[in-house]
Design a protein around this ligand. Sequence first.
Ligand SMILES: [Zn+2]
Ligand SMILES: [Zn+2]
Ligand SMILES: [Zn+2]
Length: 67
Amino acid sequence: MSSCSDCGLEVDHCHGTLVVHEDSTVDCTDVMCELPDLLRHAFIVDCVAVLGGCCVTEEAVDFAVAS
Ligand SMILES: [Zn+2]
Ligand SMILES: [Zn+2]
Ligand SMILES: [Zn+2]
């Protein structure tokens, strides 16, 4: 069913993508993820490299104009 070798080895791991934020905090895309640890994840991305990531600051935030 799965091609993940870690599943067969019963290694504690997660299939979600770990997002590393600018302040070094981490979040997993898998809501069921119990422990967002680098070692448990095969897929790790920097938040600033993710399109629409919360740490992306290349565009100024377009605040709604308050009258
Ligand atoms: Zn697996
Ligand atoms: Zn995870
Ligand atoms: Zn972020």
